[in-house]
Design a protein around this ligand. Structure first.
Ligand code: SF4
Length: 341
């Protein structure tokens, strides 16, 4: 049996590497998503052959009993992406469930994936712990990495953007691909991690900004809502009133100011917080104003898109048509290699 990896032709070398990233439709985008994913996706679509998909089947691993939320969340996510500058003319934007072959390949890969590999993935236990009140200890959640491997390999994804602390998450996908290729020949492409910067964005309680912790500022929140949310953020607990010296390095407001303010203003805040001359209320109002302005073009563009709601179906149909030939090619090779066709 030929065990060489799939070859790269001279033509391949000249083309852009295929990068894939998926997104669970869990609700409106917030600032953490914006700086953690969206800005990176805008760069990826310019520099790579980018595939962006809405991972609606993945959402079922934790929200299988809330499917009534799916259509609106998918619609909202497509509108958010478009308003944020994700361009379907540059990237292939599609919905996972529009590619039923994903289920077929997930089943086939499931046949060769040892249970122990899935059980040792830390996110499985983390999810069970974080969502202890929900009944999610299901086969679907355990098989999450398998579905993820399928998403990547079915479109021949070569690169997967990950933060430095997530490189190990991709390792199981690489192991499954290697096992498949050892058993059936060099059919699947082994994905590589694409290290990407993903700054830790604090929420109102100082923990990582997240929807489930309800500590987030949505990128489409109205100005009043943004101001109200910024006011609730914790600051340096030792800085109680104007005049008290503060420690910007432990303050979530300062972390956000570094994202939304020019460097000279950040330096001014740093100095005046430490001296006590700057009060937290003043700093928060300043930050709120900057966030409101930063997202003004996004809000306006999103409102405009809302007036042509059919655009969502058009984008998804176009994406499904673009992804189909790639998927069919992979599945033909997989079925042939496994003597299923
Ligand atoms: S002045 Fe600003 S940076 Fe300093 S503790 Fe208050 S909110 Fe944080």
């Amino acid at each position: 049996m030929d065990t060489k990896a799939p070859s790269t032709s001279p033509q391949d070398t000249a083309r852009r590497a295929r990068v894939l990233t998926g997104y669970r439709p869990t609700g409106p985008l917030h600032i953490g998503h914006w700086f953690g994913n969206i800005l990176n996706m805008r760069k990826l679509q310019d520099e790579h052959d980018a595939f962006f998909f809405i991972a609606d089947w993945h959402m079922l691993t934790t929200d299988y009993d809330r499917t009534e939320l799916l259509p609106e969340r998918i619609r909202g996510l497509v509108l958010d992406w478009l308003a944020a500058g994700i361009d379907p003319a540059k990237a292939t934007v599609y919905r996972q469930s529009d590619v039923p072959e994903v289920a077929e390949l997930a089943l086939l890969l499931g046949m060769i994936t040892p249970l122990g590999w899935l059980e040792r993935v830390p996110t499985y236990k983390e999810r069970l712990r974080d969502l202890a009140e929900r009944d999610i200890a299901n086969y679907g959640l355990l098989g999450y990495p398998l579905l993820q491997t399928t998403d990547i390999t079915i479109v021949k994804g070569e690169l997967v953007p990950v933060g430095e602390d997530q490189v190990s998450h991709l390792e199981i996908s690489r192991e499954i691909v290697r096992r498949f290729n050892r058993l059936y020949g060099p059919v699947l492409v082994e994905p590589q991690p694409l290290l990407s910067e993903s700054p830790l964005i604090p929420g109102s309680d100082g923990r990582k900004m997240s929807k489930s912790l309800d500590n987030f500022i949505g990128v489409s929140d109205e100005p009043d809502e943004i101001t109200a949310k910024v006011r609730t953020f914790i600051t340096d607990p030792k800085k109680i009133r104007l005049g008290d010296p503060g420690r910007p390095e432990i303050c979530p407001i300062f972390t956000l100011q570094r994202l939304f303010s020019p460097p000279d203003h950040v330096a001014w805040i740093d100095a005046n917080c430490r001296s006590g001359a700057l009060g937290c209320v003043e700093d928060k109002l300043d930050l709120a104003g900057r966030i409101v302005e930063y997202y003004r073009p996004f809000r306006e563009r999103r409102a405009e898109l809302e007036r042509t709601p059919e655009i969502v179906d058009e984008v998804l149909a176009e994406g499904a048509a673009k992804v189909r030939p790639v998927v069919e090619e992979t599945m033909k090779a997989v079925r042939r290699a496994m003597n299923l066709a």
